[in-house]
Design a protein around this ligand. Structure first.
Ligand SMILES: *Cc1c(COP(=O)(O)O)cnc(C)c1O
Length: 378
């Protein structure tokens, strides 16, 4: 029997919740209230509670969440155009776009090859008089955190802005705490994405800012609503970056299931980790003391093209996140293309994501492991 395992099938992912989603959507349609209504308000409370923060502001998407945080810090006088922000070189381009969109300068720092996240031990050498923030990205659902990041931020007076787009529900070990803390509450502010493919996916674009800083939250909220603090009163030259009621309603249904879905992903990752046993394939690290939420399960394979073609022949779809790092994209290459980032290039050239969405069955994961273990370069 020839198998066919899709990398991601969003219809199948949402199928178990279909009735609740349709009911919630029709509730919004019938309500006659489509922007800034009770679903957005309730979702903000539910997200703040879920992320253990004082505040959550629902916005239009993950990129806007990050750019609004930086813009709010500019309005508050904590940053200005020309200032520098430390970002991982190995990230999705939106992290970097949020910086340059505000006229700040991204300073690209290499990843740790084990975590694939920003290497905290390299940060300090990139700090200058103009550095204002560090942006850890919890890439693939693996928390990027260490006491070093916190200490550097305190010593140099930097903001920590988490890119939490891929890691809702992840937890990092926090020094001094006898335990862990959820991503989105580790730094001064964090951006979430609810792009449909994310662990908590809307049925369209959506995002949120989480923070314990009430002043920052109120500036973000105003900026996302034309810069208006109250009706027809504009304190900032703002934007329109609001979340729709209908997306908030979808997210309220799905937020209730995100923990059980993250657990399913963790079980799939554990199965891959136990059964994949091929010296030509490097598995992602399962890190002690934290909770990874496996937005992606990312192998490293030197002969990636051959490997992916072999899996495809066996009915297994894979993906590559991301084949080209931000500094080599046409929009950035003139400015940043000259940077020497060998670890980032090594990852871009070898990473491959296996299916890990919640609708994939345990026996399909087993089958993928068997096929991978039979991969040998001729
Ligand atoms: C998805 C993503 C974003 C952007 O989120 P959108 O909602 O698509 O705008 C930002 N950073 C990372 C790491 C992402 O994966």
């Amino acid at each position: 029997m020839k198998r066919k395992i899709k990398f991601l099938d969003l219809g199948a992912v949402n199928e178990p919740l279909m009735e609740q989603l349709v009911e919630a959507a029709s509730g919004v349609v019938r309500s006659g209230w489509y922007i800034n209504g009770e679903n957005v308000k309730a979702l903000e409370q539910e997200l703040a509670q879920y992320c253990s923060t004082e505040c959550a502001v629902a916005v239009s998407n993950g990129l806007d969440a990050l750019r609004l945080i930086i813009r709010a810090y500019i309005e508050l006088g904590a940053m200005q155009p020309g200032d520098e922000v430390i970002v991982p070189a190995n990230t999705y381009i939106a992290t970097v776009l949020a910086v340059t969109d505000n006229g700040l300068v991204p300073v690209l720092v290499e990843p740790d090859l084990v975590t694939m996240n920003l290497d905290p031990s390299l940060i300090e050498r990139y700090i200058t008089k103009r550095t204002r923030a560090i942006m850890p990205v919890h890439l693939y659902g693996t928390p990027c955190w260490s006491s070093q990041i916190n200490e550097l931020a305190q010593r140099y007076g930097l903001k920590i802005i988490e890119d939490n787009a891929q890691a809702i529900g992840a937890q990092a070990a926090v020094a001094g705490l006898n335990g862990t803390r959820v991503t989105g509450s580790l730094g001064h502010a964090a951006g979430l994405s609810f792009y449909p493919t994310k662990n908590l996916g809307a049925l369209g674009d959506a995002g949120a800012v989480t923070t314990n800083d009430k002043e920052l939250a109120s500036v973000v909220r105003a900026l996302a609503n034309y810069g208006s603090d109250y009706r027809y009163h504009n304190v900032y030259c703002g934007l329109n970056c609001r979340m729709d009621e209908i997306q908030a309603a979808m997210l309220r249904v799905k937020l209730k299931h995100v923990d059980e879905e993250n657990l399913r992903r963790a079980n799939m990752a554990a199965t891959y980790d136990t059964f994949i046993n091929n010296p030509q394939v490097v598995k992602p690290a399962i890190l002690p003391g934290c909770k990874q939420v496996w937005h992606q399960y990312v192998l490293r394979v030197e002969e990636r093209g051959t490997f992916r073609a072999y899996l495809a022949e066996n009915g297994i779809e894979t993906d590559v996140l991301y084949p080209t790092p931000p500094h080599l994209q046409p929009c950035y290459i003139a400015q940043y293309g000259g940077a020497s980032l060998p670890r980032t290039l090594a990852l871009a050239g070898s990473v491959v994501s296996l299916p890990i969405s919640v609708n994939v069955k345990e026996d399909e994961i087993q089958y993928i492991c068997e096929i991978i273990n039979k991969f040998h370069l001729k």
